[in-house]
Design a protein around this ligand. Sequence first.
Ligand SMILES: [Zn+2]
Length: 359
Amino acid sequence: MSHAALPEWLLPMWRDLHARRDRLPHALLLTGASGSGKRVFAEHLCQALLCRRPDAQGFACGECEDCRWAASGNHPDILRVVPAADQDEANDDSEATEAATKKEKARSSQILIDQVRTLQAALELGAGGHAGGRRIVILEPAEAMNVAAANALLKLLEEPGQGLLFLMIAHAPKRLLPTIRSRCQVLAFPRPSDADTVGWVREGGIPNAAALLGFCGGLPLLAERMHESGLDTIRRQLAEELARLPASDPLKLAAQWDARLKAKDAAERGFDLASLISWIQRWLSDGARGALGLPARFYADFQTELTRLSGGQHAAWIACFREFHTYRAVAHHPLNARLLLEELFLVLHRRTSPPRKPR
Ligand SMILES: [Zn+2]
């Protein structure tokens, strides 16, 4: 269940923009960590600026014609520019995707100059918007523009049409051309406080809110996405199996995770070998902390298991954590994923099992 309302910690920024909604610059650059609320904020702002009857706080009414268009994703005055790989995910032809060469895949994760030219043509055609009012371009992620696309966009930013607003969302703004950055007003999204976020995530019906937030580095929207996509269930399954690892067969576990990674829904959820390795590393980092009597940061809901497993074995857990850096480096292009998984679980089994008591 998604939150329809804007999260509370974004309200100060909202009030500031609302107070100057008639004097907004023509380009806003929304920056901040993934999951800090940039997209939710952009969608709210977009709808509010096009709404015919916004309320006293400036939020969209949700009922007028413009609001209904915006909600259906078909508003003629909202133009979206995203990498091809992020378009029409639902209609994705998986065979065609598999057949695509690596080069094409790399290209499809960029925003290309043709997309900016198409945008330019659309802006020229419908200048002034369908009702002579605002038009909004949402560009995400802005750092996905290649140099040619960025230079083409620069021309649009230099001569913005009447009523035009660019909302550029950037997770890594430093990768943007400085000339682009300097033409935008930056809205920096802060990391919300723990008290703000735990309450908000819990309201969203997430039972283990505090633990999941810890796993997500305190980023509530990331936590919500993990919960909704079922990734949190995978996280807990991994932790339960790692907690039982000393008494399990590591090769059998490797086979099970190999199958889970190959399952169709794994890619849809954004779960891959690199995530699995990074999640295991977080487990090892928590175990090393547990051995020193420190609380878990990522698996707070498995504190008891971690403390029991790692008791006194700080050095072994840290060594294993470091060893996993090597696996991380090859995670995106393993020669043989199954073999890598087998090695990985064998190492884990050896390093994180409590030492046998001398007879
Ligand atoms: Zn409305």
